[in-house]
Design a protein around this ligand. Structure first.
Ligand code: 173
Length: 323
């Protein structure tokens, strides 16, 4: 090629590159939720999305597609992994079909801020990148322990003879307590209770009113155990395609979202009071049994984690341990 022609061709390629770059300055990310749209998690996420969109003109926009009607709860993880959607609000228990490690995040006993400081967040991302083709973006729920809710009284930490709705969060622990377990998405809990298919269910301290489960709930077993993990995850190639400006913008807003997690402590107390008002009775054990109950919950879950993914469980455990 003659020198001048080459220069012209190079200029054309460069111009196209700049034009392409300019067009790529605003990206729109498709977001779905594995949790119901009218539930507390999505209700807290939507104002954040609005803020991102208001401040992200020309940089980054988020298009909220919807909840489990758009993509069924247990399929959301694969949708993120394969890039069917760019981003999702979910919990690890809903995508153990992508990697068993997803469910380990319920075992964190330090704040997400601390997880970012102590290397837990980076360690999580290494696994999420390698095994899930995902970027773990932000945890938007903290300080929401799980509980057992039942319609038959229990007097000790023993679920013998009871059919309990679960997700992977509760499976090993409730089985260790002799329950018969049935896995369902949150969207099927009400009907399962109504039809007597289950005698109870696992759920965090907050949110049972969102799907009217209080109508079908008599007791809550205390204390709670683990910490509900609800997070934003993103398809890894989509994340890597972001320009530095887009990534910085997103990161700033993800940290702002996490900074609002102080909300959950008061919400837990408010929801417990609301349950009491609705006639849901707390079943409490003595101090020694309560401690044994919580200790057993963690022991059973870590034993299961170490069996499912020994190397990752070993890496996570010291990083998730209380300070
Ligand atoms: O559906 C569930 O009970 C569950 O696994 C979960 C996890 C995090 C928050 C709320 C529910």
């Amino acid at each position: 090629m003659e020198r001048r022609m080459f220069a012209r061709a190079a200029a054309a390629v460069l111009a196209a590159g700049i034009a392409g770059g300019a067009a790529a300055q605003e990206v729109t990310l498709r977001l779905v939720s594995a949790f119901a749209e009218n539930g507390i998690y999505v209700q807290r996420l939507l104002p954040w999305v609005q803020k991102v969109n208001a401040e992200g003109k020309g940089v980054l926009q988020i298009n909220f597609i919807g909840g489990p009607r758009a993509i069924p709860t247990f399929e959301v993880g694969n949708a993120v992994k394969t890039g069917v959607v760019d981003m999702a609000l979910s919990t690890g228990a809903f995508y153990t079909n992508v990697m068993p490690e997803a469910d380990f995040l319920k075992l964190t006993q330090v704040t997400v801020a601390e997880q970012r400081r102590n290397g837990a967040f980076a360690a999580i991302n290494q696994v999420w990148n390698d095994k899930g083709n995902m970027q773990y973006l932000a945890r938007m729920v903290e300080n929401q322990p799980f509980h057992i809710y039942v319609n038959k009284p229990v007097s000790k930490p023993d679920l013998t003879g009871l059919k309990i709705r679960i997700t992977p969060v509760y499976r090993d622990f409730f089985q260790a307590l002799n329950a018969n377990v049935i896995t369902t998405a949150p969207g099927e809990v009400y009907t399962a209770l109504e039809r007597g298919v289950v005698d109870g269910y696992g759920w965090p301290i907050g949110g049972i009113f969102d799907l009217n489960w209080q109508e079908k709930t008599k007791y809550r077993v205390d204390p709670g155990f683990y910490d509900a993990e609800v997070s934003l995850v993103m398809n890894l190639p989509a994340y890597r395609k972001l320009t530095p400006a887009q990534r910085d913008f997103l990161q700033k807003h993800l940290l702002a979202l996490e900074a609002e997690n102080t909300f959950w402590t008061k919400y837990a107390a408010d929801e417990a009071a609301r349950q009491e008002k609705a006639g849901i009775q707390a079943i409490r054990f003595d101090a020694a049994s309560s401690k044994a109950f919580v200790d057993q919950a963690y022991a059973v879950a870590w034993a299961s984690a170490e069996k499912q993914s020994p190397e990752v469980a070993k890496r996570f455990r010291p990083l998730f341990a209380p300070k």
